[in-house]
Write a protein that binds this ligand. Sequence first.
Ligand code: SAH
Length: 217
Amino acid sequence: MVNVNDSFRHKGLRNRLVKEIEKKGITEKKVLEAIGRVPRHLFMDSSFVHLAYQDQAFPIGQGQTISQPYTVAFQSSLLDVQPGCKVLEIGTGSGYQAAVLSEMQAEVFSIERQQRLYKATGQLLTDIGYPDIRLFLGDGNEGLPAFAPFDRILVTAGASEVPSNLLIQLRPGGIMVIPIGVQSQTMIRIKRLSKDEFEQESFGSFAFVPLLKGIAK
Ligand code: SAH
């Protein structure tokens, strides 16, 4: 990493966070290792840095949040990321989830609709050693047709329904994880078994900010 303030104290706090997430039921080693490597305190507003290693969501500006580490771990586990997987994330936000995917050796593409967040997160990810994550300003409902198909698609904002543009950008054999619902969301995993066959499973209830339409300047 380049120029990073990541001390032994931060690492100690991170190990504790990993243990806490493990206790809550996340068993996949690759996911726990990735959470153990990403310096979450660098992704948060400096006024919240002391809380970075609590298992909680926090504000990141523009009315958005950095997801709870448990939720990041849960979604990352369902996604079953393999090294070299081409992953599309919808809702870059702080960039934390994208960094976790990158630590799992995924090739990460991520779309954010808020211009300010898109710019700030792009700078941050480059500064702290994740220059390979490819960020796009756009409406995630459209996906990234120019780069499709994707092996995995991860939506990190609550959608009222599964965007059809995302479904068609999933490679046959691929997996999409998406929270669906308006007040609260049910975590849904969709497997694309073949060109026309999809299998859907549900996993518990979560709270996400809404998946909106269009771009915000
Ligand atoms: N993955 C993020 C979580 C961010 S919260 C992290 O690790 O920090 C969800 C993000 O989705 C917000 O930044 C919000 O602006 C963004 N978002 C909402 N609707 C969107 C859309 N249609 N396209 C792209 N991003 C969207």
